[in-house]
Design a protein around this ligand. Structure first.
Ligand code: 13P
Length: 250
């Protein structure tokens, strides 16, 4: 049985003031029936960990470098993330792939380092609207999966987030059949590559304009084990009903 996961990606949002949202979220969900993860900006990792200590909320980073240390001004390493109190990291988000030119090979190298350090990696994949319109979605997702996921993946250290680029921050969401098609495809690719045991234990998240009012429909789709939520994870009042919808999805 895969335990469901409600993950929030704060992106480049949040200062110390916003830690009160984490505290409110923790109070609202003292004993959740799913895992809850918030990935604040790196500057808040340590304080977010302190705010959520002894609560059900886990903290993750949004990025890490492929090397363990060295002359990489501005970057953070897997060890630094662990030292700050986080146990998860998002890798290969489309905003990193687009804004920082990250390739599948880059993401795979980062994931390998993060996994060997003991972090759980959330690797993101997703197609552009042009790729979907050209009926290339599954080819694109298949290529990103085989290129970005290292051979060291297990059910514990890997989570995949399917985030169609055209659905991120736009209010547009694929219909349930479209989400189900991609999640089923990802599941079958993971089973083929890693075997049924590992392939069936990796959690698959949907991301892109998940809101309180569409969460239940998305969580009813087979092979959707949770969500990676951007804008609606910033406020406890928005994220909390999404968590409740995930708990209710059984
Ligand atoms: P939104 O929920 O704001 O569309 O962002 C999704 C996302 O990119 C999460 O990583």
């Amino acid at each position: 049985m895969r335990r469901k996961l409600a993950a929030g990606n704060w992106k480049m949002n949040g200062t110390g003031h916003d830690l009160s949202e984490l505290a409110a979220l923790a109070r609202a969900h003292p004993d959740p029936a799913c895992d809850i993860l918030i990935c604040p900006p790196a500057t808040l990792l340590h304080r977010a960990g302190e705010t959520t200590a002894d609560t059900a909320i886990a903290i993750g980073a949004q990025e890490c470098h492929a090397e363990e240390s060295g002359a990489h001004t501005g970057d953070i390493s897997a060890q630094m993330i662990l030292d700050a109190g986080a146990r998860h990291v998002i890798l290969g988000h489309s905003e990193r792939r687009q804004n920082h030119g990250e390739s599948d090979e880059d993401v795979r190298a980062k994931a390998r380092t993060a996994m060997s350090a003991g972090l759980t990696t959330i690797i993101c994949v997703g197609e552009t609207l042009a790729e979907r319109d050209a009926a290339n979605t599954l080819d694109i997702i298949g290529g990103q999966l085989s290129g970005s996921v290292p051979d060291t993946a297990t059910g514990e250290n890997l989570v995949i987030a399917y985030e169609p680029i055209w659905a991120i921050g736009t209010g547009r969401v694929p219909d349930p059949a479209q989400i189900g098609e991609v999640h089923g495809f990802i599941r079958s690719r993971l089973e083929r590559r890693f075997g049924a045991g590992v392939g069936r234990s990796v959690r698959l998240l949907y991301g892109g304009s998940v809101k309180p009012d569409n969460a239940a429909d998305i969580f009813a789709v087979p092979d959707v084990d949770g969500a990676l939520v951007g804008g609606a994870s910033l406020k406890a009042a928005d994220f909390s009903p999404i968590i409740t919808a995930l708990e209710a999805s059984g």
